[in-house]
Ligand binder design. Structure first.
Ligand code: VGL
Ligand code: ZN
Length: 214
């Protein structure tokens, strides 16, 4: 029997691992932990950052700027990133060590070249839904455990939207790594998620308190 809790794997794609276009330090420590954690959840859902090569979040389309500069994109502040997660490239694929058999749904985000999409639920303009909320509701899922990349961007905005939508949200702290564009960004993201009502937990606590399913 499936319960009302889901594990949400955020952007475990090669470009976000060391050696990738937007490699997050230490992210390779996620394996095999992420695979073990999947065994404790009846629902496992993954997101994929999925940008056309023309995506305006890419610094390559702003010749007068460099990576990590912030520009205005249709009225929203936009951090400029290296080209990443373009469908058809190796960097857009899941990390080869990720066990994918139990992933029941993949949510794609960031396809509109004019607006970025950090959250697993909405684009950054909060105009378009990704389909995650609809899917979770159709499955009766009410509690979400987040892990993945990056703590200070996609995990952060996904958790905040989850809370706003009325889900209970847990962050598996040792299974998230952040970009820390500015030192302290990750700590600030964790503190803000907590203030807004998310619970910070870790994998050891989960192993002790949840039942293993497989
Ligand atoms: C992400 C920056 C740009 C993330 C995605 O997955 O956190 N960060 N695109
Ligand atoms: Zn992206």
């Amino acid at each position: 029997m499936k319960d009302s809790t889901a594990l949400i794997l955020i952007d475990l794609q090669l470009d976000f691992f060391p050696g990738g276009a937007l490699g997050v330090s230490h992210a390779d420590k996620l394996f095999p932990l992420v695979n073990t954690l999947q065994n404790y959840f009846s629902h496992v859902i993954a997101t994929k950052d999925w940008h056309p090569p023309t995506h305006k979040s890419f610094a390559s389309h702003h010749p007068e700027h460099k990576v990590f500069d912030v520009v205005d994109l249709r009225g929203l502040p936009q951090v400029l990133w290296p080209d990443h997660c373009v469908p058809g490239t190796r960097g857009s694929e899941f990390h080869p060590e990720l066990k994918t058999e139990r992933i029941e749904k993949v949510i794609y985000k960031g396809m509109d070249p004019e607006v970025d999409s950090y959250s697993a639920f909405f684009d950054n303009a909060h105009q378009r839904e990704t389909g995650l909320d609809t899917y979770l509701k159709s499955e009766g899922i009410k509690t979400l455990y987040f892990l993945g990349l990056a703590t200070d961007y996609c995990v952060f905005y996904s958790a905040l939207d989850a809370l706003e939508l009325g889900y209970e949200a847990f962050i598996i702290q040792d299974a998230c790594f952040g970009i820390n564009k500015t030192p302290g960004d990750v700590e600030h993201a964790l503190a803000t998620m907590r203030e807004k009502g998310a619970s910070l937990t870790d994998s050891q606590t989960l192993f002790k308190t949840r039942k293993i399913l497989t």
